[in-house]
Design a protein around this ligand. Structure first.
Ligand SMILES: Cc1ncc(COP(=O)(O)O)c(C=O)c1O
Length: 404
């Protein structure tokens, strides 16, 4: 290796920080640890038998095309299947030009940075918000402006104040980044009224809205509010979708829905990034949707996660001391805990590891470094019994810290 690696690194690589989540995940790989830290789907949610059958079917029927490069925009069969899914589930009438396939949503987040952000540009996001989004935008020098959430998601009054403040400073944010359904990390869903308020502000200040929604299909009870994209109806919203949490993350299939001119730019940067997403897995994905496996397996996964969430909520209620509070998500993979009296989740972390339980520090999801008294807990990955035992251990750690 050359002696002076530092000198050949780009500015962006020099400033890039390692993902706190990935580093923590390494710590939590030990088998004795009950980890609430990852954002992983349950291994038993993967429809392996169906995938075996569909893999053979794709190879038999479209073998050479599946092994070949494919269009950068994505496999037409999969795009059509997704258009049909959005028509059926969301009442959207999308044209082919309104949807492209990405190598999962993380690539779409990177593309948002690449296509829209110059160093110093303002981007507005939730406080907290998805760490992977913060990292993707930071790589392009975005200046992040966090807007606190309440139990309905991003606060509209604070968003208005921020947009006004930026306007006075002669700045216009490149976009408002939202995760409106069972938000990562807070587990909060924006009701229709809040969606409308956010959209009204986006129109007033002419700002693009990003609707990053990997968890929307994982609703355990009640009804989904309409998508921001649907409520808007003016293509001022860009939707990021992914199979990761509702099918399999290993396929790395995601998609972007939005205005044709903007998607054209994404296609141009995708050509430089990876030419195309794997043809083989896209074709399997299309069959999975078209043959009805998607809906059937999703119902199974929803029932499984509902049970795990309920077990975790019951355990929190039973074991946590007074002063600890948590969100009660109606779906998704996560809930968010607030510790009593400004207790620091980072200081607590080594003690939790000693007791073989792990979580993600809430502060990593806050672009301003706040949220030190919070933590994110995943309930989808571990078996139900481990969720219960993990919460019991975590409660012990918190009780001991309260004693001082
Ligand atoms: C809000 C959000 N967006 C995007 C992603 C990235 O997902 P993937 O790249 O697997 O599609 C995640 C993953 O946890 C997420 O929570």
């Amino acid at each position: 290796m050359i002696k002076d690696l530092q000198n050949i690194l780009s500015r962006s690589a020099k400033s890039a920080k390692k993902s706190a989540i990935r580093e923590l995940l390494k710590l939590t790989q030990r088998p004795e640890i009950i980890s609430f830290a990852g954002g992983l789907p349950a291994p038993e949610s993967f429809p392996l038998e169906i995938l075996k059958k569909l893999s053979v079917e794709v190879l038999e029927k479209e073998g050479t095309a599946a092994c070949q490069y494919s269009m950068t925009e994505g496999d037409n069969g999969l795009r059509k299947a997704l258009i049909e899914k959005y028509r059926k589930d969301e009442g959207l009438e999308l044209a082919m030009e309104n949807i492209i396939i990405t190598t999962s949503s993380q690539q779409a987040l990177d593309f948002l940075g690449r296509v829209l952000v110059d160093p110093g540009d303002a981007v507005v996001c939730g406080l907290p918000t998805y760490l992977g989004g913060l990292q993707a935008f930071a790589a392009y020098g975005a200046e992040m402006h966090g807007i606190k959430l309440d139990d309905k998601g991003m606060r509209a009054d604070l968003l208005k104040a921020k947009l006004e403040e930026l306007k006075k400073a002669g700045k216009k944010p490149k976009f408002i980044y939202t995760v409106p359904d069972f938000q990562n990390p807070a587990g909060i869903t924006m009701p229709e009224s809040r969606r409308k308020e956010i959209l009204a502000l986006a129109h007033e200040y002419d700002v693009l809205v990003v609707e990053d929604s990997p968890y929307r299909e994982l609703r355990f009870e009640g009804k989904n509010p309409p998508m921001l994209y649907k409520l808007d109806g003016k293509e001022q919203v860009v939707v990021l979708g992914t199979f990761s949490k509702i099918f399999v993350p290993g396929f790395r299939i995601g998609w972007i829905i939005g205005n044709k001119d903007l998607l054209d730019k994404f296609v141009t940067v995708k050509q430089a990034a990876d030419l195309c997403t794997s043809s083989f897995v896209q074709k399997i994905g299309a069959l999975y949707l078209n043959q009805g496996h998607f809906d059937a397996n999703l119902q199974r996964v929803i029932a499984m996660y509902r049970e795990k969430r309920d077990a975790m909520l019951a355990a929190l209620k039973e074991h946590m001391p007074k002063g600890v509070s948590w969100t009660c998500p109606e779906g998704g993979l996560f809930l968010f805990v607030t510790l009593p009296d400004g207790m620091d989740a980072e200081k607590l972390f080594p003690k939790a590891i000693e007791k073989n339980v792990a979580y993600v520090l809430g502060s990593v999801f806050h672009c301003d470094g706040s949220g030190r008294d919070t933590m994110r807990l995943n309930f989808s990955f571990a078996p139900k019994e481990k969720n219960i035992e993990g919460i019991r251990r975590l409660a012990e750690v918190i009780k001991e810290a309260m004693k001082g």
